[in-house]
Design a binder for this molecule. Sequence first.
Ligand SMILES: Cc1cc2nc3c(=O)[nH]c(=O)nc-3n(C[C@H](O)[C@H](O)[C@H](O)COP(=O)(O)OP(=O)(O)OC[C@H]3O[C@@H](n4cnc5c(N)ncnc54)[C@H](O)[C@@H]3O)c2cc1C
Length: 386
Amino acid sequence: MNIGREYDLAVVGLGGIGSAAAYWAARRGVATVGFEQFALGHDRGASHDHSRIIRRSYHDPVYVRLADLAYRAWDTVEAESGDIIVIRTGGLDLFPADCTIAPDDYRLALDACDVAYEWLTADEIRHRWPQFNISDDVQALFQADGGIAAAATGMAAHHRLAFEHGATLHENARVESIRETGGEVEIVVDGHAHRVGHAIIAADAWTNSLLAKPLPLTVLREQVTYFGASTPSVFSPERLPVWIWMDEPSFYGFPTFGEGATKVAQDCGGHETTADTRSFEPDAAELDRVERFTRRLFGHAVGEPLVTKTCLYTLTPDRDFVLDRVPGCMNTWVVQGAAHAYKFASALGRLLVDLAIDGNCEIDRSMFAIDRPALTDPDYAPNWMV
Ligand SMILES: Cc1cc2nc3c(=O)[nH]c(=O)nc-3n(C[C@H](O)[C@H](O)[C@H](O)COP(=O)(O)OP(=O)(O)OC[C@H]3O[C@@H](n4cnc5c(N)ncnc54)[C@H](O)[C@@H]3O)c2cc1C
């Protein structure tokens, strides 16, 4: 059944980024509807669980500037919701000698954006954080604003505030198709066609199921492990920063937040899968790799693995985002977060609404174009270690 235009904007997928788009749209008075195929806050995608790393330290000034927008967007959400979403612990990027990820890219990007940081020797690292059992060749970049973004809390706040601002959010409502017709967008859910003025696709691991021409995305089934500790206080947020081991394999970790003592995971350590066929069972070999690395890094301070949770990474070949119109469309936009977007979720949601409603946004998004070589050249060699 076709009916007249029901809403100005439809958001497809109400995970970390889609929930933000629904909130920012409703907040500025846009008649907004959102569709989520599962229950709001589910654990089948990429934005659940307690924590994600938020940081200003990035390898490119575009991301450093976007991080500034991200902190400001979360400030607004915190002020309106009363929730604490960003917990600053400091961020420590650890660079062993001859590491895969170039420290100069990070230092130059922060310098280009006048963001303060410290460059530390192994002795300085061990002095400030004696928990770290590192060799003399390791140096680190410390940036004070690094920390934890409370993932599930942030997403729930977006949902709640979107409702409070008048958005209509449908859960257990899988969008079957999206097409532009007569200057509007038709969205089909459970066989019903909804007509809206504009649409935003924020479907992450399911993105290609909604695009006529699929993108070269890789979905990995990732996992994170919470460890106990013989002396839990050494892993408290006051005493341990979030950290990233900038080499291949790359690992990252968090102070105590949500459960256990410390959370550690391998970046891109998971097996390739699909969003609808992925398993929820932890991978023993990956757990073994993470446990070995964690014991090497923290020695006897870290205890037994307590719980391992799974999650989906969806990667572009160059690990840059997609923030663009769907090819051949005027009023349909797509975002894809390349498995490092939760920190930016609220800011990306706001930018998507500006793009959909105003046709522009305040950042240079040429690096996120959907027709860039990494997404169109079949011979492009993927590189996820950035
Ligand atoms: C283990 C792990 C660790 C990470 N660590 C970090 C980190 O430290 N820092 C960081 O910034 N990022 C990190 N990320 C990445 C970050 O979590 C993701 O980039 C981000 O959460 C993606 O948000 P999203 O809204 O695009 O995806 P999702 O939250 O997965 O949302 C997509 C939503 O679309 C819905 N959907 C899909 N198709 C349809 C349809 N047809 N109809 C209706 N609904 C649909 C899905 O059900 C889902 O809810 C990590 C990710 C993982 C998995």
